[in-house]
Structures are given as C-alpha cells and as structure tokens.
Design a protein around this ligand. Sequence first.
Ligand code: FNR
Length: 379
Amino acid sequence: PPLHTLLNLYEIEAVAKTQVSKKCYAYYFSAGDDLFSKYYNGSVFRNILLRPRVFVDCTTASTATSLLNGMHSVGTPLYVSPAAMARLAHPDGEAGIARGISRFGAMQLVSNNASQTPEQIVADAAPGAVFGWQLYVQTTRAKSEAMLARINKLRDHYKCIVLTLDAPVPGKRELDEKSNLESQLVVDSASNDKDAAEKRPGGGGVGQQLFWGTAADLTWETALPWIAEHTDLPVVLKGVQTHEDAFLAAQYARKHPGSIRAIILSNHGGRALDTAPPAVHTLLEIRKYCPEVFDIIDVWIDGGIRRGTDVVKALCLGAKAVGVGRAALWGLGAGGWQGVDRTFEILQGEIETCMKLLGAKTISDLGPRFINSRVVERD
Ligand code: FNR
C-alpha cells in the first residue's frame, strides 16, 4: 500500500512484517524470556492520563528543543535509538534512516552493530544533523579504541558516545534463537570485531552472535576513565533502570564536568532482562528520590513508544528526549527511507496534535501539571 495511506505505527509494522525476511522479523520483534517488559513498556503509557487545559491559543505548536545540556539544537525531542543491523530490513540501512528523519531535525544514535560504517552513514547527512555513536566495549579494548578514534574524526556529525550498560550479556531471546535454528544467518556488522566473528561458535540468535566479543567487566571505576582517555566527546549512559544509578551518574557528572551529559532510561526494548521496569517507572523514581538529577544531566528515555501521546507524557515527566527503536526499523522495512520519513511524519503530527489539545505551545511548556498525578504518582 502507498505509505501515505498508513495512518499509525501499528499499520507500518504490519506492512513491514509482510516485506522483511522471517529472520529479520524474528530478530527485530524478539525480546527476553516472555516479553513482559517489551509489552509493559507500551501499555504503561496508556495507563497514564493527561490533563488538558482549555482557552489556550494553540494555533501553532513547536517541537524544537535542545539536547546534551543545551549544546545542540534539534527540531524535535524524538530521536532514533541505536538498533543493530538496519540492512536486514532494507538496503537503505542506517544511512536511509538518516535520510528519512532529515526533514524533522531529529537526532540519530547509531548502533555499534550497524550494518554500515560510521563514515557511510553520515556521508549524505543533512547540515546540522546530530548523531551519536553507541559503543559496546569489546573485550579486546584496542578494537573499541580504534573505533573511538574513527568517531573522533567524524565529530562534525557524531556529538556523543552512547555507552550501553543494560546488556553486558545478551538476553534470552527465544524467537530470535528459534528462527536461527531453522537456517543460520551469518551476521557481520560493519564495525564490530571481525576476528571474534570468525571465532564465535554457531547457534544462538542473531543477537547472541552480535554480542560475541563484548566485554562484561565494565564498572564505574574503570570504564569512564578509560573512555575519557580515548575521546573528549560527551558520554551518554544507556540502560539506567534505577534511581540509585541515575544518582551515581549525576554525581559523576558533577565531579567530572564534560563527562556524562545524559542518561537514557531504558530496558533495551525488553530485549535484555525480562520484567525489568519500563523507563517511565525509573523516571518516576528519579522524580521522587533524586529530582536534582534533572538539573545536572539530560534524562532521555526509550521503550514502547508508539504514539505522540507517549512522547508528550515522557516529556511532561521530565524526559528531555524520547527514542524509538523498533518503530524506525519497521518504517525502514515498510518502505526504505521513505518509510522512516512516514513514521516520523506520523509521530511528529501526533506530538503536535497532543500538544495543541493539551494547551502547550512549546516543549518547555510541558510539565507534570499536564499529568494526572493521582494515577501515576500515588504513594
Ligand atoms: C536494539 N537496541 C539496541 N540498543 C543498543 O544500545 N545497541 C544495539 O545495538 C541495539 N540493537 C537493537 C536491535 C534491535 C532489533 C532492537 C529492536 C533494539 C535497543 C534500542 O536501542 C532501544 O533501547 C529499544 O529498541 C527501545 O524500545 P522500542 O522502541 O523498540 O520499543
């Protein structure tokens, strides 16, 4: 069907399902164990109610904002989360995602396991586009150091290093593993550890194969000084799931100015630890126990975003930016870069409609007063 006839993200996913390979669908769709966290990520938003105000001039609503402690202007707080292997869905790949989001001025975080190189992805980037590079630190540190050196050279485009912490080992993704039992797919990301790829055992799903060579020994004490030795780009910690760790990140940022500039509350789209909390729960924990975190670093969230109202609710509760993982991949699967463009067009339209119906003209107008706190914040 023509893309303009698809009216929401569910319809785009349904079309993508008919167009990508079974194995691609299984890999993208899959999550840990029983998929509880994956589904709860989405349903939790629907249990949060909004409080619209009336008699507000909302002829226009602007989604423009800035990220990384105000360092970079973007057209929208909606961004693309790092997700491996975009070319499984469509030859346009990660560069196609960049093209698809370009007219919205959205940020794109690129996966360590991208199917194109960091150079290829930014080759045709729109002027002013903001990218981040996600790193899975490799056991052989020299390999990650070489990657950081490449990203340092591309700093006109890549404005941060995203360190993913919620998946030191791969989650148990049975759908992915099952589809790989039927026919083994040989996966190779453009940037990952090629020697390790040759040595890794067969079996497991695509996810497990990609993880081969990834370090599981990172700590607060060792990882952050190591990264600071190899880049002065700001660091974003992805996969924070408790107020304790959010507080530690903010404390570190305060002690080491210019180090951590943001944290991403995320359970990896439910793909790591099943029954881990949705990002909104962690956001509420931070509001309750250590709200000063919001003043020190950006708090971004991802997981389960399917509607503009989901995005607006997260922003009202203190998130500075909101990411989509699968939605961007399904857009790509449904129609290459144009499918990503359509996905963002729909979400952006929904965000603006939601803001106007709430009585909010700008992103900075959004706040907890638009949320029915008796539902979401009852002690
Ligand atoms: C991911 N995610 C992910 N995260 C990361 O830091 N590095 C990675 O390489 C990947 N790879 C990846 C592949 C696929 C197929 C998916 C679906 C996800 C997690 C991703 O960044 C994000 O946290 C979730 O996708 C957010 O949930 P939704 O939007 O998919 O519900």
